[in-house]
Design a protein. Sequence first.
Length: 317
Amino acid sequence: MDAVVAKDRVNMTDAEWQARCDLAALYRISDMYGWTDTIDTHMTVRVPGEPKCFLINNYGDNFEEITASSLVKMDIDGNVYAKDGKFNAAGGLNGRKIELVIRDSKGQPQEAARVARELITSDNCDLLLDAEASSGAFAVHEVARDLGVLVMHTVSETSSLTADPKIRTPLAFRCARQGVHDAIVGGAYAAQVAKEKNLRRWMTVSPDYAYGRDTSSEFMEYLKFFNPSVELVGDVWPKLFQADYTESITRLLQGKPQAVYSALWGGDLTSFIDQASIYGLFNDREFFAVNMADYAVLTAVKNVPNGLHSGNRYLKG
């Protein structure tokens, strides 16, 4: 297959080349089974004999395009060991080569703001590629707005990040989907289910930060728009990345909703589902979880509950 065609092996050990072939083959197999999110996910492998270096796909390449020689070698500090790449080889941007400078925010909004400002003022970067979740994206956005530089938000799904006129800047763009997209389509779908099953009492349980609160509010807004008979009887806001959901589950059980909506995601959603199943939260109750059908979550949950409704954007149809 193309993934193992030997090219550009200068100054490369046999062990590194084999690792490249194996990783490229894994990308192609994943593409064959539809386990992709176009360009918005990745797999990596550590370079044999170089514990601080790893291989990763070049951002912008689809899984089906990845070859052994196209993989990027970098270290844990963000330094890239690679040639200029296809873009720069073709002339770059108006004759200027593009350089990628990477900084780790450690998932902390304050650190995200600090390194974003440093990238502009000290490293002389012209564009910020923001890969923060909503908790840090607003901090990066504020820095870009303050310094008047271009910023591309690639992860945050909180609509207000670019829709709120109070923080708007014409230099901010986004390539990630927004929570409102799920809210409109999901709200219309849930409204129809609510009519068919007479689900009037609703509660929400979503992470306590911008994405969770905005997406839940938007979902309920459109649910009521398409089915005015529904009633929101309570909200529960667990902290992001918390381990124990006993208190949240108890409050949901006490509220006695007929249906529950959740914008929890990833490991948080997996933990919540497994813990809530023990308490019987899903017995005789419909559960609408926008991120539940993500492949990683579905395969990690021990017992997928009945009455589950979700959508998916990762697997090919």
